[in-house]
Design a protein around this ligand. Structure first.
Ligand code: SF4
Length: 217
C-alpha cells in the first residue's frame, strides 16, 4: 500500500460510485448541490471541536483521527467515551434512517483509525440520522473490517500515478450526485460505446487488409 493519506469519507464515495471517488481523488473535485449544502448544515452542529458530558457519556466533537497502516486520515463527527471506557465513533448523516454498507464502512474506518491512534479496541460505532433523529448501531465485526481494508486498498490503487479514472456507472442516484455535471455519465457511456465500436471495426479492417495482402502476394 502506498503512503498517501486518503480522506476517510472517500470510502463512502468509493462504495457508492468508483468514478465519484476517482473524481475527488484524482481530479480533486468535490462539487456542490442541495444535498452537499444540507450535509454541511448537519455537520455544522458537530464541526466545532470540543466536548460535553451527557448522562455520564463524554461526547468529543470533531475529533481528528488517522492511521499510518491504512493510509487514512479524517475527522470523526463525534466520538463517545462511555463509563466503561469504550470509544464509539458516531457519523452524522442528513437523511432519515437508512442502512447502507458504505456508511457502515465509513464508521468502521473511523473505528480502525481510533484503534491505531489510541491503542484501544473499538467494538462498535453508530450513525445518527438527523432527518429522523434516529440512531443505528454498527458492529465492527470481522466481515465489516475485511470489507473496509479491501476498500482502502482499492482507493490506494486509484492513487497510483497511472491509474485511470473509473468509468461512469449511470444510475438513478446520479441525479443527486454533486459531480454529475463534471462526470456527464450519459456522455461517458456514449464515449465508451463509440470507442468499442471503433476498436471492433478497426480490427475488421486490419483483418481485411491482411487478407488482401496475402491474396495479392
Ligand atoms: S454522476 Fe453518477 S456515475 Fe458520475 S460520479 Fe456521480 S454517481 Fe458516479
Amino acid at each position: 500500500m502506498d503512503t498517501t493519506s486518503i480522506p476517510l469519507s472517500l470510502l463512502n464515495d468509493y462504495l457508492f460510485c468508483k468514478r465519484r471517488a476517482g473524481l475527488k481523488l484524482i481530479e480533486n473535485e468535490r462539487g456542490s448541490n442541495v444535498h452537499t449544502a444540507e450535509g454541511d448544515v448537519v455537520h455544522d452542529r458537530v464541526d466545532t471541536p470540543g466536548y460535553h458530558v451527557l448522562r455520564g457519556v463524554t461526547v468529543l466533537r470533531s475529533l481528528p483521527v488517522w492511521s499510518d497502516a491504512l493510509g487514512l486520515s479524517g475527522v470523526c463527527d463525534v466520538v463517545e467515551r462511555h463509563p466503561d471506557g469504550s470509544l464509539v465513533p458516531v457519523e452524522f448523516k442528513k437523511s432519515r434512517r437508512k442502512s447502507f454498507v458504505n456508511d457502515d464502512v465509513q464508521v468502521c474506518a473511523q473505528g480502525l483509525c481510533i484503534e491505531q491512534c489510541m491503542g484501544v479496541r473499538v467494538a462498535r460505532g453508530a450513525i445518527f440520522f438527523s432527518g429522523s433523529k434516529l440512531r443505528r448501531d454498527v458492529e465492527l465485526d470481522e466481515g465489516l473490517r475485511a470489507l473496509t481494508w479491501k476498500t482502502v486498498e482499492s482507493l490506494h490503487r486509484l492513487c497510483d500515478r497511472d491509474a485511470e479514472l473509473p468509468p461512469a456507472e449511470p444510475k438513478r442516484a446520479c441525479e443527486g450526485c454533486s459531480l454529475v455535471e463534471l462526470c456527464m455519465p450519459a456522455a461517458s457511456r456514449f464515449r465508451r460505446g463509440a470507442a468499442a465500436w471503433f476498436e471492433r471495426h478497426l480490427n475488421d479492417m486490419e483483418k481485411l487488409t491482411s487478407n488482401n495482402d496475402e491474396a495479392s502476394s
